[in-house]
Each structure stands twice: as C-alpha cells, then as structure tokens.
Design a binder for this molecule. Structure first.
Ligand SMILES: [Fe+2]
Ligand SMILES: [Fe+2]
Length: 338
C-alpha cells in the first residue's frame, strides 16, 4: 500500500511537470478541476517538496512562475521572437540494461512524456548497459542478462522507439567493460542496429543543437562529498574558447543543475534502482530525467535556459527481481499509434 508521503510526492511531480512558466492559472484550474483555495493548497504542497511555484500577474492575467536554475539568461524571450531558435530536449542517463535494478518502465515514462511534449531529441549520457565485471564475484547475481549479446540485444529490442524521435548517446564506464573484456563496443552496435539511436563517442561526445554546443560527459571514479565539486573541477580545466554552452554529466546517479563559468551544467540522474554496492556504501541514487527549454541566437549563444527536473521516488521502482524484464514492454509509437 502506498504511503501518503509517496502519494504526495507523485502528485507534486505530476503537477510540476505540467506547469510551465507563464501558463495561465485558469488553464491549470480547468485541467485539474480545482478552485482557488485548492490551488493555494497545491502550491503550498509543492513548496513542502522543494518545488517552488509562485503566481504573478502578467498583462492582466494570473500566471505561474517556476523556480529555474539561476543563470545570466533568466528573462524568458517572447515565444514569437523569430530571431531566436527555440528547442526543448530531453536528457536521460545510466539505464544499466541487464542489471536486476534496471527500470525500463521508468525510461518509457520519460519517453512518453517527451513524446507528449513534441520533443524530437533525447540525449543519453552513458551506461546504457550494465556491462560485465569478471573481477566482481557478485556481478552475475546482480544481473538478469549476462554479457555483450544479451545486454546489447536487450537495448536494441527494448529501448523506446518513437517516430521522429532520435536518441544520441555516449559510451559510459559500464558499457566500456564489453570492450575491455572482448573488444566489442556495445554502443557502436546499438547504433548499427537502430536507425533512431546515434553513437556520439566514448566517455564524451558533442551534440550541436542549432549551433549550441552541448557536451555529454561520462567520467569514471567515485563521487565526491560535495555534489558539485567534480563537475566544477571539470569545467575549470576547460579552455575558454572550447567551453560548451551546456555540459551534461552522467555516471554519478545524482541530480543537480547549476551555472559555472557561463556553462549550464546538469548532473543527470539515472534510470535504475540502487545497487547492492550503493546500498552497502550508503550512496545516494537519484532516479529521474531533465527536460531542457533552450532559446539561442544564430551564433549558438544561449539567451534563455530552463532545466526542468523530473524525479522518481522509491515507490516508482519495481524492485521484485526480474519484474521489469517480465512485465515491461518496449514503448513503440508509430504514426501516433501505440
Ligand atoms: Fe552508471
Ligand atoms: Fe558510469
């Protein structure tokens, strides 16, 4: 039975996903069939769970404002500003296909939401597969799929497939084990087998979004005590002229958005449950994804950037061993049909 905290968190996440900056309050009230005092209660509940939503009057209409990551580009341009490129993309990471902790149904949920928003581009920041670690004796028991063939086959067969949507991805530390064990590059073969999945490179890759330079980065090694310490260090060593506008970091299974040296940096959460290792070490495992709303000029400079964090709670996890494998289906949307 779901406890009330989980029910509230699920509700808050759903509400927060729906609300957009400058959305008229009346639109929301009609959609959820709530009155003014119920709306005030919902805003208070959002605050309790760290989602800051406020109301303000714009051109005589009461609209929502969501708290965005602070940046120098915090004045939203007019949607009709033809001089700017406007893109909304989705960012995911660390799906670890083949692990008993993988949660394909949560990945499907994110892709369904991306489809509902009309998003065409998804970036995946590595660790598509769980890989194989022969030196870790517990490894076989932590997986329901073993080795290159089974894990890559599962990505090819199960990764969401939606008409018009392309996933660009890099190779992460777990994917790399296939290469170390037998010189097979998991991510390269996924690209060969799927027209809608494009491999950008090992450890790091660059994606050009209407001239906006986005770097995907999958470091190795463990986490630091401070959530922003390692990403800041990575940005510090970047040469000014080679810096990306947006840096996406996978691997840490954490969620954090900040601006440093004029780089919009996102630590992208994972889409798999906590492993035995994380449990033993007391390490945080944050599950979720980001939707990025980006306005840029013709030189690839960002004029406005709004990262929207979507988080899943422990209650969203299917933790019965193999349940995800047994019950989940591939999300396929073709010509608007499921
Ligand atoms: Fe990972
Ligand atoms: Fe990793």
């Amino acid at each position: 039975m779901e406890n009330s905290v989980n029910i509230d968190l699920k509700f808050v996440n759903k509400i927060y996903r729906y609300i957009k900056n400058d959305m008229p309050v009346e639109t929301f009230m009609a959609k959820f069939n709530v009155n003014q005092s119920e709306l005030n209660g919902i805003i208070e509940l959002c605050k309790v769970y760290g989602k800051d939503v406020s109301l303000e009057k714009k051109d005589g209409t009461m609209v929502f404002q969501k708290e965005a990551a602070k940046s120098s580009q915090n004045i939203k341009p007019s949607i009709n500003d033809k001089k700017l490129n406007h893109n909304e993309i989705c960012v995911v990471s660390d799906t670890h296909f083949g692990s008993i902790h993988n949660q394909v149904h949560l990945l499907n949920e994110v892709y369904q939401e991306a489809y509902n928003r009309g998003i065409k581009t998804v970036l995946h920041v590595g660790d598509l597969t769980d890989g194989t670690y022969p030196e870790r004796k517990e490894n076989p028991r932590q997986q329901f799929l073993h080795g290159f063939d089974e894990q890559v086959g599962y990505v090819v067969d199960m990764y969401p497939k939606i008409d018009g949507m392309t996933t660009y991805y890099i190779l992460g530390s777990h994917d790399e084990t296939s290469y170390k064990n037998g010189q097979a590059t998991a991510n390269f073969w996924v690209d060969k087998c799927r027209n809608d999945m494009v491999y950008l490179g090992q450890d790091t890759g660059t994606f050009n979004l209407d001239g906006v330079k986005i770097v995907l980065d999958h470091p190795g090694g463990g986490s630091a005590q401070s959530i922003s310490y390692k990403p800041q260090k990575r940005i510090e060593i970047m040469e000014t002229k080679n810096k990306p506008k947006i840096l996406l970091i996978g691997h840490y299974h954490k969620s954090y958005a900040f601006n440093y040296r004029n780089v919009q940096c996102i630590e992208v959460p994972c889409l798999c449950d906590k492993t035995q290792f994380q449990q033993k070490q007391g390490l945080l495992n944050v599950m979720g994804a980001y939707f990025l709303d980006i306005y840029s000029d013709s030189f690839g400079n960002i004029e406005y950037f709004e990262p929207e964090e979507v988080l899943f709670s422990q209650n969203d996890v299917w933790d019965e061993v193999g349940k995800d494998k047994k019950k989940v289906k591939q999300l396929v949307i073709s010509n608007g049909k499921y």
